[in-house]
Design a protein around this ligand. Sequence first.
Ligand SMILES: *Cc1c(COP(=O)(O)O)cnc(C)c1O
Ligand code: SF4
Length: 346
Amino acid sequence: MFITTVQILKEKLKEKNIFLSDEETLDIEKVTSKYPMRINEYYLSLIKEKGDSIWNQCIPKIEEITSEFGKEDPLNEENGIPFLTHRYPDRCLLLVSNSCAMYCRFCTRKRKVGEITKNPTRNGIKKALKYIEEHQEIRDVILSGGDPLLLSLETLENILIDLRKIKHIEMIRIGTRIPCTMPERVTTKLCEMLKKYNKNPILYINTHFEHPTEITAKSKEACEKLIDAGISLGNQSVILKGVNSSPEIFKELNRKLLSIGVKPYYLYQPDLVKGTAHFSGPVKEGIKIIKGLRGFTSGMAVPHFVIDTPGGGGKIPLIPKYATIQKDGSVKIKNYEEKNFEYRLN
Ligand SMILES: *Cc1c(COP(=O)(O)O)cnc(C)c1O
Ligand code: SF4
């Protein structure tokens, strides 16, 4: 089902009339001995040519192992209870899975996704749940991974059942790339299960699309099925060099997302993760993307542009400079067309 070796990748690409050179083959082999590769037939089918936005997300590049820049765990997520990160007062991250339908080459958790030895254990998750139970201030739990929707239906359902026993939880969010990378996994069975647990606490799903070509009839259908199960959908994207770093691409992506019922939520500056430096561009590009969206298209298509602080300070929003507050309390403001206005009370 999954393409994990360069030999099989080579065969599959040949069917698409794409050929790997000996050097490329060797490079992929070298990288995968450190960071696993996993691609599925659906995601591979989205590749049109070498080096396109889909290719760059899923095909290993030698830069992953030749650059020493960055850290294995730049957000300092591994700092206490295994599989749980409690950084903000009222919410926490619960890492329930270590596998994904495709291993994104730019993944923040590159240090562990696909590493079977680092899989969350049943016992580990039980302990994390106990922590949540003992911390009444936690009202929002985010299931992440890896990909929670790659767990067996039974395992996922059991986690939801256990979480729902904790009375102070008001909402559960699932972070998943499945609607984008493996939409056929959003089965009627999965949706029927989720529908049983979509209220009290409420359930949200945040998915992860990176490029307009990922919005296909199949990914649209997957999102519609989740919406029919009564779940609101959001999206998180990372700005990635060679994939999507332009205002035009994000305008198209975010419009298309809204048209299939997915609200753009976060736009991330890449985390400083070892093995992913070749994806990072300057922060000002993110500001330019937000400027290119605000005013020019539906406000609902404008996500929050954030840096997840290196060292674990949490997400900090970066906003284009639209306003200057004057000494007398009035505000000088600039609109999306760079026209100047003033707001004053007297
Ligand atoms: C992103 C994140 C959250 C959720 O943040 P929101 O801004 O509420 O979406 C919670 N905990 C951790 C550790 C996170 O990284
Ligand atoms: S789906 Fe998410 S967790 Fe999995 S490899 Fe991609 S970015 Fe990482």
